[in-house]
Each structure stands twice: as structure tokens, then as C-alpha cells.
Design a protein around this ligand. Structure first.
Ligand SMILES: [Zn+2]
Length: 394
């Protein structure tokens, strides 16, 4: 237990040190500086192989390269692989953006990449699409690079053949590995989305996908140990492959364990469980009437504005304050309210955690809950949540 604890602290620390190298579509791209070690390893592995061995790629036989050329090709191929991992993460990020989710950052770390979202996907469909976007883009890159390999092979451009072939193989591996059905891999997220959609229970879906992640991580560790001790693998750089497999397996184990634990801790309460019925005001209501009829009965700091159960905006007392009292009788709610915007509402299946994150961002401290058919079904104020969760039975 202590060992596991120490280990998990070490792994967490491993991801703290990072620097920003670029912004793409406004998304900061950060690099964990330990990732540079992996880049160096990749260059070295490719260069030393190209230097020492003849390679048969498609129908081209590539003889060993001179050292300078081998290192240059190692660099170019590694740059291509780096762009591939980045492209994979960018695909996740852009799909998340299309689903209305803001992206915190893209991180390239020693075990690949991570597109960190500001809030979790609100429904299984969004989760499914965002998870699949990564492997789909990697498959596409693999096909394109393979076509380039074939074209280079026709012209007998040996070095170009090698570079594109390695990039193609790298992308295929990236796509296939990420489709393993265990959380936090993309395949695990797909699995979580499928269970979530079938059962409607995100907590249970997360737990199951996390357990699959633990199994896959465990299998990778065992596989790595097997490579290290099995005589059959001696020929092909067993130490590197075995150690790598163990490290990636431990990383998965660690992340999946945390996810399963947090699902156990019931932090995944949904908005539907925490929300109150909406006290909605109509956009055409005159402010005097609002103050007399609604505000006098309901001491809230904000109210959803809706007509026929469709959300039009949110009215905050803060905004009302700036309106002179003598104009109350002639001004309608719609003139003072904040018109509906993406950060103003979530779906009932959203977790309370991510709804709270949205509330922090939207500057209102409250959020409307709108169901799949666009109907206003609830309202949530951040001030009320604490009271609720203190009294809620666990
Ligand atoms: Zn991915």
C-alpha cells in the first residue's frame, strides 16, 4: 500500500513540469520537459537501426545508411511522429470545441499526449465523438503516410520510403493502442460512453471503463516483464521494449485506479440530482412586476428567463441594480437579462463537478438545466449546492 502510494506520488510529479511552445486555434500547446528525453530516445533508436541494418520496406530494400544520414532521418522521422501525436490530440480538441467544450491545453508528455478539456462532455454522444476523433485522425495519417511510402517506392527514393513508412507504422500503432477498451485510453472513453448511454449511469460507466483500464495496464506490465525475461525476445532490443511496456502499463494502472476510486467516492453526482425546479420569469415581464411578484417570494440572486419552457436568458439582481428605479415600470426583463449563451445551461446528465466549473466561468454563479429537447427543466445556484450536498444522504 505504501509502495503504491509513493509510486503514485512519483507518477503525479512526473507531469508537473511543462512549458508552452505554441498556441493553435487559441489552445496552448505545452510540453513536459521529460518528453524531450523520449524525443532523444526516438531519434537515437531510429538512427542506430538505420545505421546498422538493411531494411526491407514494401518492395524496396534499403541498405544501412551512413551515420550522418541515419541521424538526420532519425530527426525527421521523430519530428513526423511528434506532429502525428499532436495531430491526434488536436483532433480530440477540435471535436470537443465542436461539441461546445472549451479546451484548457494540449500536453505532450512522456507517454504521448493529452487534450485537457475545461469541462467533461455532457452526454454520451459528445464523449463518444471526442474519444473517437483521435484514433480516426491517426488512422487517416497512417493511410496518407502509407500512400506517400508507395509513391516514394515507385521512384526508388530509399530514405523517403523509410521515413514515411515509419510514420505510417507509428500512426497505425497510435490508433490501435488508443482503441484498447480501458479508461483513460480513447477506447476506454468510447466504452464509458456506450455504457453511459445504455444505462444512463455515468458513475457506473466510469467505474467499469476504469476497471478495464486497470486490467489493460496490468497486462502491459506483465507483457513487459515477459519480454525482459523471455529468451525469445533477446534479439530485438528487449530492454527498451520491456521497460517501455512496463512504464506505460504502470501509468495506465495509476490513472485508472484514481478514476475508479473517484467514481466510488460518488463525486459524480449529476446536475439532475442537485437542481431545483426552475422559477422562470417571462422575457416580456415588466421589472416592477418582477420585483413585486417574483423577487418578494423567491430570494434568489438570479432567475432563468423563459417563454414556453424555452430558455431566453438569465436575469441577475446584479444587472438589475444598474437600472434606475424610476425606469422599473417601463423596462421589461428581456432588456436587462443576459441573453442565452453556451455557458448558461447544461444538460441534466452533466456531472455536478463540471456544472460547477461552468458556473465559475460564466460569471453568474448559476446555471439553467435544459434537457435534450431544449426544455428548461431546472436551475442551479452555486450557493445552494453546498447546503444540498451537506444534507444529501450518502
Ligand atoms: Zn486519443
Amino acid at each position: 500500500m505504501l509502495g503504491a502510494l509513493l509510486f503514485s506520488m512519483g507518477i503525479t510529479k512526473l507531469f508537473k513540469q511543462r512549458f508552452t511552445i505554441a498556441r493553435v486555434y487559441g489552445i496552448p500547446v505545452r510540453i513536459d520537459y521529460r518528453w524531450l528525453v523520449v524525443v532523444a530516445l526516438s531519434v537515437w533508436l531510429i538512427a542506430s537501426n538505420l545505421q546498422n541494418y538493411a531494411i526491407q520496406v514494401v518492395n524496396v530494400r534499403v541498405p544501412p545508411h551512413a551515420p550522418t544520414i541515419a541521424w538526420l532521418l532519425g530527426l525527421i522521422t521523430t519530428a513526423g511522429l511528434f506532429l502525428s501525436v499532436f495531430g491526434h490530440e488536436l483532433a480530440h480538441a477540435l471535436m470537443a470545441k465542436a461539441e461546445g467544450i472549451e479546451i484548457e491545453e494540449i500536453v505532450l508528455h512522456p507517454f504521448g499526449g493529452l487534450a485537457r478539456l475545461k469541462t467533461d462532455p455532457q452526454n454520451p454522444r459528445a464523449e463518444f465523438r471526442i474519444a473517437l476523433a483521435g484514433p480516426a485522425s491517426s488512422f487517416l495519417f497512417a493511410i496518407l503516410a502509407f500512400l506517400a511510402t508507395k509513391i516514394a517506392a515507385m521512384g526508388n527514393y530509399e530514405s523517403t520510403v523509410v521515413v514515411f513508412f515509419l510514420i505510417s507504422a507509428g500512426n497505425l500503432l497510435l490508433a490501435l493502442f488508443n482503441l484498447f477498451p480501458g479508461y483513460p485510453l480513447d477506447g476506454g472513453r468510447v466504452l464509458r460512453a456506450l455504457i453511459w448511454r445504455r444505462t444512463g449511469d455515468i458513475k457506473e460507466a466510469t467505474r467499469k471503463a476504469g476497471i478495464c483500464g486497470i486490467l489493460i495496464g496490468g497486462m502491459l506490465v506483465l507483457f513487459g516483464v515477459y519480454i525482459l525475461i523471455s529468451p525469445n525476445w533477446r534479439a530485438a532490443q528487449p530492454y527498451f521494449m520491456g521497460t517501455w511496456s512496463i512504464l506505460v502499463g504502470l501509468f495506465l494502472l495509476d490513472t485508472a485506479l484514481k478514476v475508479v476510486k473517484s467514481a466510488h467516492n460518488a463525486r459524480l453526482v449529476t446536475v439532475a440530482e442537485a437542481m431545483s425546479p426552475p422559477i422562470a420569469v417571462e422575457p416580456g415581464l415588466v421589472i416592477t412586476r418582477f420585483v413585486d411578484d417574483v423577487l418578494s417570494l423567491h430570494r434568489q440572486t438570479s432567475f432563468p428567463v423563459a417563454l414556453n419552457e424555452r430558455l431566453h436568458g438569465i436575469l441577475t439582481l446584479e444587472d438589475l441594480k444598474s437600472l434606475p428605479r424610476e425606469r422599473w415600470a417601463t423596462t421589461r426583463v428581456q432588456a436587462v437579462m443576459r441573453p442565452v449563451a453556451p455557458g448558461f445551461f447544461v444538460e441534466p446528465t452533466t456531472t455536478l463537478d463540471s456544472a460547477q466549473a461552468v458556473m465559475k466561468e460564466n460569471g453568474i454563479g448559476a446555471i439553467a438545466i435544459v434537457n435534450g429537447s431544449g426544455k428548461l427543466v431546472g436551475f442551479l445556484q452555486s450557493g445552494n449546492i453546498k447546503r444540498r450536498s451537506q444534507t444529501a444522504p450518502r
